[in-house]
Design a protein around this ligand. Structure first.
Ligand code: ADP
Ligand code: MG
Length: 243
């Protein structure tokens, strides 16, 4: 069974007097334990796709199945434990690193047993637990925010440009730890990134989204080395020329 399936998913936003069609009939399947990288220009609808997967918003049309059950039939709390999301610069709360780690457990009525385990997992020293979150470096904050997402042991992890604010060393380190998570826990990962080299390095599968449409989906190597669609070829060509 697919872990995640989109069936003709559309999303529109209504402003005062216009309707913006942001996603247009997305069909796609994601297998358990895989990493799918989602690429496409800014404004093409990538973040919107992620936001639908844990009910931060709902589709205007179509259905999304997670473990065979339509998302709107899931209990929201349960869904958000099952599907975790991490953003580029996820806001940390005031207080210590530990306060930040405890938060998601609290929200789900749990206590956090082993904060050290999560710190260690993301390569942060346990000495930082008592430090005010605002004193951490950018790389440390990004790791902490990832650790915070991991506290509920999500089976599906949605990542939105999680390394784009980091220098290339920190960025590679975060990449490695996400790959480790995928390897060791079989976490299914949807990873939006504007960094095509990263999309290529970490992806098993890749989706190209242009103007709200899923233009091409396939094994990462094939999509980059032998794209089938003309629009994919054009997009990759454009990106190469921009270097
Ligand atoms: P991407 O992540 O690919 O850059 P987004 O999914 O953030 O793109 O946005 C796609 C389009 O949807 C953009 O044109 C954006 O302005 C619009 N959009 C996103 N969220 C909203 C919203 N809440 N209300 C109105 N328009 C929105
Ligand atoms: Mg986005």
């Amino acid at each position: 069974m697919e872990e995640l399936e989109f069936i003709h998913v559309s999303k529109e936003f209504k402003n005062k007097n216009e309707t913006i069609q942001v996603l247009k009939g997305i069909n796609g399947k994601i297998q358990k334990g895989t990493i799918t990288t989602i690429i496409g220009p800014s404004g093409s609808g990538k973040s919107t796709i992620l936001s639908l997967c844990n009910l931060l918003s709902t589709p205007t049309e179509g259905e999304i199945f997670i473990r065979g059950k339509e998302i709107r039939e899931w209990d929201v709390q349960k869904l958000r434990c099952y599907v975790g999301i991490a953003f580029q610069s996820a806001p940390l709360i005031k207080g210590s690193a530990l306060d930040n780690l405890i938060l998601p457990a609290k929200l789900h009525g749990r206590t956090l047993e082993q904060p050290k385990k999560y710190m260690e997992y993301v390569g942060l020293s346990e000495d930082l637990l008592d430090r005010p979150a605002k004193e951490l470096s950018g790389g440390q904050r990004q790791r902490l925010s990832l650790a915070r997402t991991l506290v509920n042991d999500p089976s599906i992890l949605l990542l939105d440009e999680v390394t784009s604010a980091l220098d290339s060393i920190s960025s590679h380190e975060v990449e490695e730890l996400i790959k480790k998570l995928n390897h060791e826990h079989g976490t299914t990962i949807l990873w939006v990134t504007h960094d095509l080299d990263q999309a290529k390095r970490v992806g098993d599968h890749t989706w190209l989204v242009l103007d709200g449409k899923l233009i091409e989906a396939g094994p990462t190597n094939e999509l980059f080395e032998a794209p089938r669609e003309r629009q994919t070829q054009q997009f990759l060509e454009l990106k190469r020329n921009m270097r």
